[in-house]
Design a protein around this ligand. Structure first.
Ligand code: 5GP
Length: 197
């Protein structure tokens, strides 16, 4: 290696945050971004259009179907999935590798299908399941969005039940009682343990 840094950092361990639809993964990740700028959070590529206030390169890389196809073909994604049967989402591979190599605490916030793929390719990552305080609370959050019709809501509830059952596949569970507390629990998992030197 000719370009090794003078003080090589220890490679960090990737944290993968997943959980059921509407549990608040995105909100918890946003709180980590706000309160802990030292944590590197992957910016996913997606084929869905930006929502008001979302910026390219900050919240997502907003790409066309063709661009997404090219990323898949060139094996540039660590994982990818179709979410809510609507759009494709994927994690660009190289930025993750760079963040881990630099020793920075690093995390992905992705759906369950994506987390299962990362478990196959990076079994050493730490898999964290974000769980709602109760089933009733998850239903309230799903319905509370008010953007889906009855049929769509039913479908999402069925999916949510299945997704909750995935908890056993994860290393750690965090209950999302309150966003800031959940974000702090998450960051604590990324810090080196006192026995690490
Ligand atoms: P939204 O469109 O509301 O921002 O996100 C919808 C879902 O896509 C969330 O459950 C989020 O976790 C998931 N998601 C975001 N980025 C990725 C990604 O890179 N890969 C996968 N598999 N899921 C993602």
């Amino acid at each position: 290696m000719t370009d090794a840094p003078t003080h090589p950092a220890r490679r960090s361990r990737l944290l993968v945050l997943a959980g059921p639809t509407a549990v608040g993964k995105g909100t918890v990740a946003a709180e980590v971004r706000r309160a802990h700028p030292e944590v590197w959070i992957s910016v996913s590529a997606t084929t869905r259009p930006p929502r008001p206030g979302e910026e390219n390169g900050v919240h997502y890389w907003f790409v066309s179907d063709e661009e997404f196809d090219a990323m898949v073909e060139q094996d540039n994604l660590l994982e990818w999935a179709v979410v809510h049967k609507a759009a494709r989402y994927g994690t660009p591979r190289q930025p993750v590798e760079l963040a881990l190599a630099s020793g920075r605490p690093a995390m992905l916030e992705i759906d369950l299908q994506g987390a299962r793929q990362v478990r196959e390719t990076m079994p050493d990552a730490l898999f964290v399941f974000l769980k709602p305080p109760s089933w009733e609370e998850l239903v309230r959050r799903l319905v509370g969005r008010g953007t889906e019709n009855e049929e769509e809501r039913e479908r999402r509830l069925v999916t949510a039940r299945e997704e909750l059952a995935a908890e056993a596949e994860f290393d750690v569970t965090i209950v999302n009682h309150e966003v800031h507390a959940a974000a702090e629990e998450l960051v604590a998992l990324m810090e080196p343990s006192p026995t690490d030197s």
